[in-house]
Design a protein around this ligand. Structure first.
Ligand code: PLP
Length: 418
């Protein structure tokens, strides 16, 4: 469910016509709905209400400071994977005790920053990292709070690039090595064991992989407790899917209904790390049609946004609905919707049938609120788009469109070239 709907024939973001925002701010342009964002977050809160839990929004889905602040005001925590995300989470006012930090390649500097910030816990991905964190915590005369990210070897049956819970993936520690690593953690004097973590993948459209993963992790928790290792937090990661095309994903309540009875009476606080399911359908990317091109084999709709703004179609062959900002009655065409970038992989849709757009028409690429702007780049030296947050009848620019001068920011010309 989202708040990008037609009123008569004009697409609206909540109560604001999308065309009005595009005319004011220009294109390409990300638009987010405050109402959708909060509804998605609160769906998790309500689902797990009554059971001890923390919802930690995965910043990598969308780390705009205004989006983060909106979530922080509702009580949301953060799942971060870099020093940069930790910085943004703190800047948005997310309490450190609601921040967890994952990632296979945390640097010494990032670890120090997180220790200084007194985050809830590090989700540790290897024994090498476990040792490094202990060493750094020792230098800082602190205790590092840790959970080990275990790899429950679950096939989440999602796209191979966003599946993470199999033995062959670089993430986490194998279940068989978990006990030995926990024993190492217990021996380390500057380490404090807090919990256990798993994250099996993304865009998962069934409850069963989560249930299987939690069952496996719970049996490990029991084994660890028998060895005298206390686990307070069970972090079950993120990964709940959304509707891009016609997938039907479970609601957070469906997840809670299956998970809570499993973890109940285990004296564990649950952590969830949803990213896509909160932000994905809370945002759209608005682009303008530049040209229509008929080649002998194919028709193309060339738009002013490209893979540098929204990478998902190029990277994952992901499907996104593309809607006209103003409905037309023109004849249908089947065309590729492509961007201006010098790559054949620069497309938003292939062989898409739609009412024939005309030059200067606006198109809305749907479900772009997660892994949209956060994966954007300046490739082809294109300016990254503006972002707008809509709340009811008002809209607010939450990131200015880049300017040409941003492209050379930080560049230094050595003397011998002057
Ligand atoms: C990417 C990621 C998430 C968020 O995944 P979604 O599919 O967006 O919910 C959560 N936790 C970890 C460790 C991740 O890497």
């Amino acid at each position: 469910m989202h708040d990008f709907q037609y009123k008569r024939s004009a697409l609206h973001a909540e109560d604001v016509p999308v065309e009005k925002i595009a005319n004011r701010v220009g294109t390409p342009l990300y638009i987010y709905s405050h109402r959708t964002l909060l509804r998605h977050y609160n769906a998790f809160e309500n689902a797990f209400d009554g059971y001890p839990h923390i919802i930690c929004f995965a910043l990598k889905a969308n780390s705009n400071g205004a989006i983060l602040r909106a979530l922080a005001k509702e009580g949301c925590g953060a799942d971060v994977v870099s020093g940069g995300e930790l910085y943004l989470a703190r800047e948005a006012g997310i309490p450190p005790k609601k921040i967890v930090y994952a990632g296979v390649g945390k640097t010494g500097e990032e670890i120090r920053f997180a220790l200084k910030s007194r985050i809830l816990m590090f989700n540790i991905e290897s024994s090498d990292e476990l040792k490094a964190i202990d060493r750094i915590a020792g230098q800082m005369k602190m205790k590092a709070p840790v959970a080990l990210r275990v790899n429950p070897n679950i096939n989440a049956s999602t796209h191979p690039y966003i599946s993470t819970g199999l033995r062959k993936h670089k993430f986490g520690i194998a279940m068989e090595s978990a006990l030995e690593n926990y024993l190492l953690a217990r021996k380390q004097v500057n380490t404090e064991i807090k919990g256990i973590h798993c994250h099996i993948g993304s865009q998962i459209t069934k409850v069963s992989p989560f249930v299987d993963a939690v069952k496996r992790v719970l049996s490990l928790v029991r084994k660890l407790r028998k060895s005298g290792i206390d686990i307070q937090y069970l972090d079950m990661g993120g990964g709940l899917g959304i509707t891009y095309e016609n997938e039907v994903s479970p609601y957070p309540a469906d997840l809670a209904k299956e998970i809570i009875p499993l973890v109940n009476k285990n004296d564990l606080t649950l952590i969830l790390e949803p990213g896509r399911s909160i932000a994905g359908n809370a945002g759209i990317l608005v682009t303008k049609v530049l040209y229509l091109k008929d080649s002998p084999k194919k028709k193309f709709v060339i738009v002013d946004s490209g893979m540098n703004d929204l990478l998902r179609p190029s990277l994952y062959e992901a499907y996104h609905h593309i809607l006209p900002v103003k409905k037309s009655r023109r004849a249908q065409v089947t065309a590729d919707v492509v961007g201006p970038i010098c790559e054949s992989g620069d497309f938003f849709a292939r062989e898409r049938t739609m009412n024939s757009p005309a030059r200067d028409d606006l198109l809305a690429i749907m479900s772009a609120g997660g892994y949209g702007f956060s994966m954007s780049s300046n490739y082809n030296s294109r300016l990254r788009p503006a972002e707008v947050l809509v709340k009811g009848a008002s809209f607010h620019v939450i990131r200015e469109r880049e300017q040409y001068s941003d492209l050379s920011r930080g560049v230094r010309i050595p003397d011998f070239l002057k």
